[in-house]
Design a protein around this ligand. Structure first.
Ligand SMILES: [Zn+2]
Ligand SMILES: [Zn+2]
Ligand SMILES: [Zn+2]
Ligand SMILES: [Zn+2]
Length: 98
C-alpha cells in the first residue's frame, strides 16, 4: 500500500477520519486520528473541524463553527467577542460625550 501523502510504500496504512486519506505511520496522528495534512488545516479553536478561513485579527485558522463572517473576511469567535466589546465601549464613550 502507498501512503497518500508522502507516496512511500508501506505495509500498514492508517485512514484519516477527516479526509479519508490512507497514510503511513509518520503522516498520521494516532491521538486525534487524522493525517498530517488535516492536522495543519485544523481549526485552531476547536481542533475538531477543518478550517475554512483565517481570522482577520489573530491570523489563526478557523472552521465554519468557530468563525464569524464580517464583510469580506472572517473573525474567529474570540476576536469577534473582542471587536464587539471594543465597539460597545466606543459607543458608550461617544454617548457620554453627548
Ligand atoms: Zn507517508
Ligand atoms: Zn486527513
Ligand atoms: Zn472550530
Ligand atoms: Zn481571531
Amino acid at each position: 500500500m502507498k501512503c497518500e501523502i508522502c507516496g512511500k510504500e508501506v505495509t500498514e496504512t492508517y485512514t484519516c477520519k477527516l479526509c479519508g486519506r490512507r497514510v503511513c505511520k509518520e503522516d498520521f496522528d494516532k491521538g486525534s486520528g487524522i493525517c498530517e495534512i488535516c492536522k495543519e488545516t485544523l481549526c485552531a479553536l476547536c481542533k475538531v473541524r477543518l478550517a475554512i478561513a483565517i481570522c482577520n485579527e489573530c491570523g489563526r485558522l478557523v472552521c465554519e463553527d468557530c468563525s464569524i463572517k464580517v464583510g469580506v473576511g472572517y473573525l474567529c469567535k474570540d476576536c469577534a467577542k473582542e471587536v464587539d466589546k471594543r465597539r460597545k465601549r466606543v459607543k458608550t464613550v461617544s454617548n457620554s460625550r453627548l
